[in-house]
Design a protein around this ligand. Structure first.
Ligand SMILES: [Zn+2]
Length: 324
């Protein structure tokens, strides 16, 4: 049945997106999305590999560049944010099975130089679980919300966006949370040396922006800087064979002109770029939409059935193309 769905839709290339897997979700991630346990991840792999054959990064670049249609169902796994779980759990599993992957990193966070503001929010929420009403009221005041109850304060902390991220540092200060201390003790991110080792094992590293902003919240120039600086960091520090960029959060509202201009940049020499809108078609074959697997705790089987059925329904009303 699933094989038929892939055939009718003619979407033979699957690019899954994950961040981390863990049997004991770390505090900076656990309040943001449901992480796969190691067993769940292995179950996902087993289901996906029943229907899709892994494609090497080199072959994918070559096929897209030469506009070669995929004759077989193919999969390439991707993991965003450059987290330590990549070296601790993910890469060993993939390596054992000979499965290729691209890992995307943020140049401001690599080597544990700084912490993504969403991870700060998760750490704050974790702390708020043990705070009394008086502290909650003080946090509510900083956030400009009326209720000092845990749920609304938590929701407001998790809704803070890139433009207002400084408010999280203010709350951390109030609650005596030291993010630098957290970075040093927990080393949540991969280091340059660890990324080099992953490359030696045959994996590829791509860029994911400097500081992980929502692109729909920043100007064209700032979008450009985020792409170029992070790509340059990867080029200068890791000297990769290919240049990849995965849009942080989403590529929603990223213009056609923007995509065309980054591809025209002769210093970046972009090979492929990635969004995460699920199975969708694009005006540019090198800009590929990935399927996110961590939005819910659902199995790969459920997620992929939904994705393919949704794609087919959208195709019927010609809404399978992303308009830019
Ligand atoms: Zn990300």
């Amino acid at each position: 049945m699933f094989q038929k769905l892939i055939k009718i839709s003619n979407k033979k290339l699957l690019i899954p997106l994950y961040h981390a897997i863990s049997d004991d979700p770390p505090e900076h991630l656990k309040n943001l999305y449901p992480l796969r346990s190691i067993r769940q991840f292995k179950n996902d792999l087993a289901f996906i590999l029943k229907f899709f054959e892994p494609i090497s990064v080199k072959d994918l670049v070559y096929s897209i560049k030469n506009n070669q249609p995929f004759t077989e169902n193919r999969v390439l796994f991707t993991f965003d944010d450059g987290l330590r779980e990549v070296k601790d759990f993910i890469a060993p599993i993939l390596k054992e099975k000979g499965i290729p992957a691209i890992f995307f990193i943020n140049s401001a966070f690599v080597n544990n130089k700084d912490l993504f503001y969403r991870y700060k929010a998760s750490l704050i929420v974790e702390r708020l679980k043990n705070e009394d009403t008086r502290e909650l009221a003080r946090v509510a005041e900083i956030l400009n919300i009326n209720s000092p109850l845990f749920k609304p304060v938590k929701d407001a902390v998790l809704q803070v966006n890139y433009l207002h991220k400084d408010v999280l540092d203010e709350i951390a200060c109030l609650l005596n949370i030291d993010f630098n201390d957290f970075l040093q003790k927990n080393t949540p991110y991969l280091s340059t040396g660890e990324l080099s080792l992953l490359m030696k094992d045959g994996f590829y590293i791509g860029a994911h922006g400097v500081g992980h902003p929502e692109f729909f919240n920043i100007s064209f120039e700032e979008q450009y800087r985020q792409v170029k600086e992070s790509i340059t960091w990867v080029q200068e520090n890791l000297n990769p064979d290919f240049n990849f960029f995965a849009f942080p959060f989403t590529d929603f509202n990223v213009s056609k002109q923007f995509l065309e201009s980054i591809y025209a940049d002769q210093e970046m020499k972009l090979n492929l770029t990635f969004g995460c809108a699920g199975l969708k078609d694009e005006f540019l074959s090198s800009h590929i939409q990935r399927v996110p697997f961590e939005k819910t705790g659902c199995s790969a089987k459920t997620i992929l059935y939904q994705e393919y059925v949704r794609y087919l329904l959208k195709k019927l009303i010609r809404k399978n193309y992303i308009k830019r």
